[in-house]
Ligand binder design. Structure first.
Ligand SMILES: [Zn+2]
Ligand SMILES: [Zn+2]
Length: 377
């Protein structure tokens, strides 16, 4: 219970009620926050490809009904009595990994692999195991990745929030919590791209564009952007891509060989498809590192030529949340943004109202936007 009564309990949220069906936007009620929880007025919420995949039914084990969204930014309107890291009026953005700082993974500094956070993410609850949203009929609704940011107000654990210490518009910072941490982190933390190396990036959504700019920050010499849409290839130039391949018009393996001779030092898959993952393997040169960042549906397998893996000593890496230390890395990225080295403003290509959530998904599927941001309030 809170020391002071909270003022706002009513909210309006986008809800997945059935996998494969359009989302609905409904008035909902928030349940009083626990002592370590916070009420946030969400001013902006980025829409990630994982939200789309969830709605399409790619993760059928995640319980529904559920509020998606995990790139939220807003203002703290109330805090539980034990909350220490934020206070009323603070500007915050969401981190979708409520690391416990106590499990074996956290104690070894791998906060993105926290096993307790994973339990909450799989169960689609807050870290306490509780749900804090209910519909007008009294039915409880789940939180995607412990967050549920596609809502005008939300109850969140303080571990899911990072206080903003720099002056930056909330609709620009929202995407830091997933797209930037994942994409730039894949380059700097997972693959550890070396200066002067060659990089190929397949799939130029919010995450892919951040892989491109991560490669630029790492000092890669050749950054090859690969997508099916010319418009996205043109955008990739702004983020640092040096070469461009439209995979619907030319064979990317041949095109990459023409640019590099024998393939790239680092290939990244950010399209979320088996085909792109297998392509990423083929684009890597002898001794190359392949990083799989995209999310495929559960149960799908990729095929890798076993002898080639051995003879060419390639390394395939999975990448979860950019192998990030989310708090530390996000503060670093904000400093880089202020220094003009990390682009955020250019990533948000369109803003939408909450009622337009299904249009955001359509625009994503048809390659019209890098990142769409919903302003729910
Ligand atoms: Zn995401
Ligand atoms: Zn942990």
């Amino acid at each position: 219970m809170l020391g002071i009564p909270i003022v706002v309990l009513e909210s309006r949220a986008a809800i997945i009620r059935r996998y494969g069906s359009p989302l609905v936007v409904e008035d909902v009620e928030l349940i009083d926050p626990d002592a370590d929880e916070v009420v946030v007025k969400i001013e902006a919420s980025g829409v990630c490809h994982s939200d789309l995949s969830l709605a399409r039914g790619y993760y059928p084990d995640i319980p529904i009904p559920i509020v998606p969204g995990h790139e939220g930014a807003g203002v703290v309107v109330d805090v539980g009595e034990k909350v220490e890291t934020v206070k009323k009026g603070d500007r915050v953005f969401t981190i979708w990994m409520p690391s416990c700082y106590n499990c074996e993974y956290c104690l070894s500094g791998r906060f993105h692999l926290c096993q307790n956070a994973l339990k909450a993410i799989i169960g689609a609850t807050l870290p306490s195991g509780k749900l804090k949203v209910r519909d007008k009929q009294g039915g409880l609704i789940h939180h995607f990745t412990s967050t549920a940011a596609l809502s005008s107000y939300m109850v969140l654990h303080e571990k899911n929030l990072q206080k903003l210490t720099v002056d930056i518009p909330l609709d620009k910072v929202a995407i830091l919590g997933c797209a930037v941490l994942t994409g730039v982190g894949a380059v700097l933390n997972t693959a550890k791209v070396r200066e002067g190396s060659s990089v190929a990036v397949i799939g130029l959504g919010g995450v892919g564009m951040n892989i491109v700019q991560g490669a630029r920050l790492a000092g890669a010499e050749k950054i090859i952007a690969i997508d099916l849409y010319d418009s996205k290839l043109e955008w990739a130039a702004k983020f640092g891509a040096t070469h461009f391949i439209n995979a619907s018009k030319e064979d990317p393996v041949e095109a990459v060989r023409k640019i590099t001779g024998d393939g790239v030092d680092y290939s990244f898959e950010a399209a979320g498809s088996v085909k792109a993952m297998e392509l990423a393997y083929r684009l890597a040169r002898r001794g190359g590192i392949i990083t799989i960042v995209g999310v495929e549906r559960g149960g799908v397998e990729i095929r890798i030529p076993a002898l080639d893996l051995h003879m060419n000593e390639k390394t395939i890496k999975g990448c979860y949340y950019g192998s990030s230390s989310p708090r530390l890395d996000s503060l670093k990225y904000l400093r880089l943004y202020k220094a003009g080295k990390l682009l955020l403003d250019e990533l948000v290509t369109k803003t939408y109202r909450l009622e337009e959530i299904n249009e955001v998904f359509k625009d994503m599927e048809e390659g019209r936007i890098i990142r769409g941001v919903v302003t729910p309030s």
